[in-house]
Design a protein around this ligand. Structure first.
Ligand SMILES: Cc1ncc(COP(=O)(O)O)c(C=O)c1O
Length: 389
């Protein structure tokens, strides 16, 4: 039946039927160690009992109403996001790209009414913000844009951590700077504190919005609830998705009340946004992270993973160029392209996100144990030895 599905993904030849914690099981009963978490989505592991229970109970009560009306789960999840961050207002949508789209619209509308029509957004080369047309325009990787031109105008891209380039890129046309505090899909590249501080300073000086895309690195992934909390700066706007719903699709745009005023009734909407089932899942994720010790585990497990990767890199210095990351988003950059490596690791029972032919991105669930990390490190070690031969 595979031929009925659009061929937009290069998929591995495996079909999964069950998940539990850090493990996935295929249709032949084989077990895999999942260090992708569905690309930073299942942050509590697969089928976390709190998420299953919250979703099942809400589905039996009320699945959907639209945003013509109020529901309590949406209000409560918005309150949780605000209680634990700089934000005071939340707009809900269904994905990362939609959260970025909402941020772009907010910045443009604010630029239109407050900054004399400024509309340009400064982004980074190598950034990834999603596949809708405006999010793609903000993305700093030409390979994803080819054939889709003309893309929406008004986005400039500077080199990450290049202070001079950032300063030069901000002009009277600029309305916002949009950054991933750690560039995930681009290769797990953390932005330097002084670069973030300069971005904050430029925004303050000109009354621009500093917008952080925390779609991949938010929700505990880096060892703090939000990645910005480990930097010296606080953004004005934050995009969330992926881990927010524990596996159920949801996205969010968070900002201060003053900034969110620029999206009054009728200016932006989403039929499914803030659906009660997704919001109950989000509430369960917050409970697990903040009250059931998952965030603490992420910190400890992140340190354990990092130490293991440093050891691995020292033992494979001819193959590994660098270990990068924070908390439980870590990457190994290889010195040479190894196109089939993702498949080799899968054969050994380890799932990773392998990109750009040389970046092994490790995104285990935040519930991962030290023993599971050691098992993954051992598979990486064996597989790297096998490609050396
Ligand atoms: C930082 C970042 N922003 C946006 C997106 C797009 O999210 P989605 O695929 O849910 O649209 C991604 C997806 O990988 C991402 O990593």
């Amino acid at each position: 039946m595979k031929e009925f599905v659009a061929n937009t993904y290069g998929r591995f030849p495996v079909t999964f039927v069950k998940g539990e914690g850090c493990r996935l099981y295929d249709d032949k009963g084989r077990e895999y160690l999942d260090f992708t978490s569905g690309i930073a989505v299942c942050n509590l592991g697969h089928c976390h009992p709190s998420v299953v229970e919250a979703v099942s109970a809400q589905a039996a009560r009320l699945i959907h109403t639209s945003n013509l009306f109020w529901t309590v789960p949406q209000q409560k999840l918005a309150q949780e996001i605000c209680r634990h961050s700089f934000a005071e207002r939340v707009f809900f949508c269904n994905s990362g790209a939609e959260a970025v789209e909402a941020a772009i619209k907010l910045a443009r509308r604010r630029g239109h009414f407050l900054l004399g029509g400024s509309y340009e957004i400064v982004c980074l080369q190598g950034a990834f913000h999603g596949r809708t047309l405006a999010a793609l325009s903000a993305t700093g990787q030409p390979v994803y844009k080819r054939g889709f031109e003309p893309l929406p105008a008004g986005f400039t891209h500077v080199r990450p951590n290049d202070l001079e380039a950032l300063e030069m890129a901000v002009t009277s046309r600029t309305c916002a700077i949009l950054l991933e505090p750690i560039m995930g899909e681009g290769g797990v590249i953390p932005l330097e504190d002084r670069f973030l501080e300069l971005a904050r300073e430029l925004c303050d000086r000109r009354n621009l919005l500093l917008m952080f895309d925390e779609v991949q690195v938010g929700m505990g992934r880096t060892g703090s609830l939000f990645a910005y909390q480990q930097t010296p700066v606080t953004p004005d706007v934050m995009c969330l998705a992926k881990g927010l719903g524990g596996g159920i699709p949801i996205g969010a745009l968070a900002a201060s009340a003053e900034v969110m005023e620029f999206l009054p009734p009728g200016t932006h909407a989403s039929t499914f946004g803030g659906n009660p089932v997704a919001c109950e899942a989000g509430k369960a994720v917050f409970r697990a992270l903040m009250e059931e010790g998952v965030l603490d585990n992420a910190k400890a497990a992140g340190a354990h993973l990092r130490q293991g990767l440093e050891r691995l890199a020292a033992g494979h210095s001819a193959e590994i160029r660098e270990v990068r990351g924070r908390g439980l988003i870590q990457a190994l950059e290889l010195k040479r392209p190894a196109p089939g490596l993702g498949g080799l690791l899968l054969e050994q029972g380890l799932l990773v996100v392998f990109g750009h032919d040389r970046i092994i991105r490790l995104l285990p669930p935040l519930t991962v144990t030290a023993a599971e990390i050691d098992q993954a490190l051992s598979i990486l070690d064996t597989t790297l030895k096998s490609i050396k031969k």
